[in-house]
Ligand binder design. Structure first.
Ligand SMILES: *Cc1c(COP(=O)(O)O)cnc(C)c1O
Length: 354
């Protein structure tokens, strides 16, 4: 070890899905939306005045915060925005998990949570999902330093119903409960309706999946004014200007076009249900996904082998080499045409390799 290395903060980073860029690939590995953002977003970006970029953006992101507050029917003091929900979640870990007691999140879940906990030195424990990959309510009713529940969970896609979530929130008034709703728009029921009842609840969502803006990096949290106030104090102690002028303009337009939003969501949901049926026809078992991806396993062919074979054909899906889930593929929902491509490949491959 070099002398100065002993004073370095060392972390094992999160591994994002790869971003290959080949012309005819079918990219179903990072849960991106297959459709472009709302037309108003394109227009706003085309009209962005480069001359104005010499100025700092609004540190309070007022335009975007107001659009979100109007859309979700809350006060603007209840809304916090960040550079993707990864930024919002990281700030929340830093701000709210400060008791020294372990924070709880599932053993199989978004693999960024433990990375932030490690980075910030927050103790954590990971209750095991049950054999059906469901989050067990009783595991989260105990003394702890905070709770993070993704709903629907990733990479399973399984939704936890609101009654059970409310039980967890109500049983933990002394800590903050974060519900990570990255996939809620694809058919789940949001915990936003519980906000008037619980001061310890923070709901986090993103523009990356349902609003087709992964490349713009916009996420947000909604909670009571006091909670959001503490989050802003931490943000202003770290980086005041998180949201670029482009992100503010694009995000605001995306929120305004509800018709386009609902149309693309419905298309993705329809495609998801079609793909599930087709995968089952080919012998796969699929978990009951309420998200824009399907977690699937084949009884005869190992997931790793299918993952490699698909990759050879320029079809990218996600494979996690981790205990309990190492025989599953996580397949994002693309366009109908892309999913037909996937099914045709699997049909041929499985036909030739049984
Ligand atoms: C994609 C995802 C996020 C974060 O996405 P951003 O692009 O940073 O908004 C957060 N949580 C879960 C569970 C996700 O799948």
């Amino acid at each position: 070890m070099i002398a100065w290395e002993k004073n370095i903060r060392r972390v094992t980073p999160y591994t994002p899905g790869e971003q290959p860029d080949c012309p005819n690939m079918i990219k179903l590995n990072t849960n991106e939306n297959p459709y472009p953002p709302a037309p108003g977003v394109t227009k706003a970006l085309q009209e962005l005045d480069a001359g104005r970029l010499r100025r700092y953006p609004d540190p309070a992101a007022g335009m975007l915060v107001q659009a979100l507050a109007d859309y979700y029917g809350v006060a603007k003091e209840q809304v916090f925005v960040g550079v993707g929900s990864d930024d919002v979640l990281a700030m929340s870990f830093l701000t709210f998990f400060n008791s020294g007691k372990p924070v709880l999140f599932p053993d199989i879940t978004y693999s960024f949570y433990d990375v932030w906990a490690e980075l910030f030195g927050i103790p954590y424990e990971c209750p095991k999902l049950n054999d059906e990959f469901q989050i067990r309510t009783e595991d989260y009713i105990r003394e702890c330093g905070g709770i993070v529940i993704p709903n629907p969970n990733a990479p399973t896609g399984i939704e936890k119903n609101l009654e059970e979530l409310e039980e967890v929130i109500a049983a933990n008034p002394e800590v903050i409960v974060i519900i990570d709703e990255a996939y809620i728009d694809f058919g789940g029921t949001s915990a936003l309706s519980l906000l008037p009842k619980y001061e310890n609840l923070l709901v986090v969502q993103t523009f990356s999946k349902s609003r087709s803006l992964a490349g713009m990096r916009i996420g947000f949290a909604i909670g009571n004014e006091r909670l959001i106030g503490y989050l802003n104090d931490a943000k202003y102690s770290f980086n005041s200007y998180t949201m670029s002028a482009a992100a503010l303009a694009a995000g605001t337009e995306a929120i305004k076009d509800d018709t386009y939003f609902r149309e693309t969501l419905q298309k993705i949901i329809n495609t998801r249900e079609w793909t599930k049926k087709e995968l089952r026809r080919l012998g796969f078992s699929c978990l009951d996904s309420k998200s824009n991806f399907i977690f699937a396993s084949h009884p005869k062919r190992p997931a790793r082998e299918l993952f490699e074979a698909l990759k050879q054909a320029d079809i990218y899906v996600r494979y996690f080499n981790k205990p309990r889930i190492n025989n599953y593929l996580r397949i994002s929902i693309g366009t109908d045409q892309e999913m037909v491509g996937l099914i045709h490949f699997l049909e041929r491959y499985l036909g030739e390799n049984v």
